[in-house]
Design a protein around this ligand. Structure first.
Ligand SMILES: NCc1ccc(-c2ccco2)nc1
Length: 325
């Protein structure tokens, strides 16, 4: 089988939500290559936390008795609950008995984002949080039945993009795809990024260890790289109150270039201009921020909306393919 599903941006491209059939209900889920749990708002979620969300009704599934899950994300959000086996359909691709993690508790960030009905993890199943036994991601459940064991991400700035499962649509990118091998030891689509440049500078240095993470909004890079970037933005400053670099919204940001698998990709300055910090629209928060305390760099949606990405398990070593859009 193979299929395609729309990835619809929230305001400021904060995250991208995709329609997924879970049991007999269609939910809008955040496809997250940085985690490995498929969890959903459900009829088991307290009403005080689920108002405004579409809900999975576990009555259509088979309860996995004694199984629980509890996940925390890098942004401090989280959720927990119980586990069911049910049908999940993404763009026509069907997992007949997918582990569906029904939330019995969600954090305030999820409670408040009423467009988001849960997450569909696309990292490696080794980091699934279900106890007493880790469960397969949707991709792992279906990959043996896909035309090719791969999926692609084609996210866009302020417009609907797509995730494709089982095939590479050559109309979605230009030029050739350059591949890097993935290290799965931490359960992420983790690889080594090479040199970088700011604006018209020449590519040099090294970004280093990084993950491709559709579930993270921004790009988080080494301090040295981030300082080199904002040194080229006259009004930029590190604002501890905002928790990152801000600048005058009227300023044009430089492009950021990064070398992956021998090819250089350009993230346009306009894509790096993330969002105003308040309703005055005077000060803006940058899409490139420091990776301090994270332990690796994160190439999130700010980067991913500039490229076409292949999450490829066709070989014994998984790999990532990058091409210009
Ligand atoms: N990188 C995982 C992730 C994804 C989404 C969210 C989130 C919080 C509120 C709405 O969405 N948090 C973490």
């Amino acid at each position: 089988q193979s299929g395609e599903v729309a990835a619809n941006p929230e305001q400021y491209d904060e995250s991208y939500l995709c329609p997924v059939q879970v049991g007999q209900t269609t939910l809008n889920l955040d496809f997250d290559t940085g985690s490995a749990d498929l969890w959903v708002f459900s009829t088991l979620t307290p009403k005080s936390e689920s108002t405004g969300h579409s809900l999975y009704n576990p009555s259509t599934g088979t309860k996995k008795s004694g199984y629980t899950w509890d996940i925390s994300y890098g942004d401090g959000s989280g959720a927990s609950g119980t586990v069911y086996a049910d049908k999940v359909v993404v763009g026509g691709v069907t997992a007949t008995s997918q582990a569906v993690e029904a939330a019995t508790s969600v954090s305030s960030q999820f409670e408040q984002d009423t467009d988001n009905d849960g997450l569909l993890g696309l990292a490696f199943s080794s980091i699934n949080t279900v106890e007493p036994q880790a469960q397969k991601t949707f991709f792992d459940s279906v990959k043996g039945s896909l035309a090719k064991p791969l999926f692609t991400a084609d996210l866009k700035k302020g417009a609907a993009g797509t995730y494709d499962f089982g095939y590479i649509d050559s109309s979605k990118y230009t030029g050739s795809i350059s591949y890097v091998n993935v290290n799965t030891a931490n359960g992420f689509w983790e690889f080594t990024a090479s040199g970088y440049a700011v604006g018209s500078g020449s590519v040099s240095g090294s970004v280093g260890d990084a993950i491709a993470d559709t579930g993270t909004t921004l790009m988080y890079l080494p301090t040295t790289v981030v300082q080199a970037y904002y040194n080229k933005v006259d009004s930029a400053d590190y604002d501890s109150n905002q928790g990152g670099y801000t600048y005058d919204c009227s300023e044009n940001l430089p492009n950021f270039l990064i070398s992956l698998g021998g090819k250089t990709f350009t993230v346009s300055g306009t894509d790096i201009n993330f969002a105003p910090v308040d309703s005055s629209g005077e000060t803006c928060f940058g899409g490139i921020q420091e990776n301090t305390g994270i332990g690796m760099s994160i190439l999130g949606d700010i980067f991913l909306k500039s490229v076409f990405v292949v999450f490829d398990q066709t070989q014994s070593t998984p790999r990532l393919g990058f091409a210009a859009q």
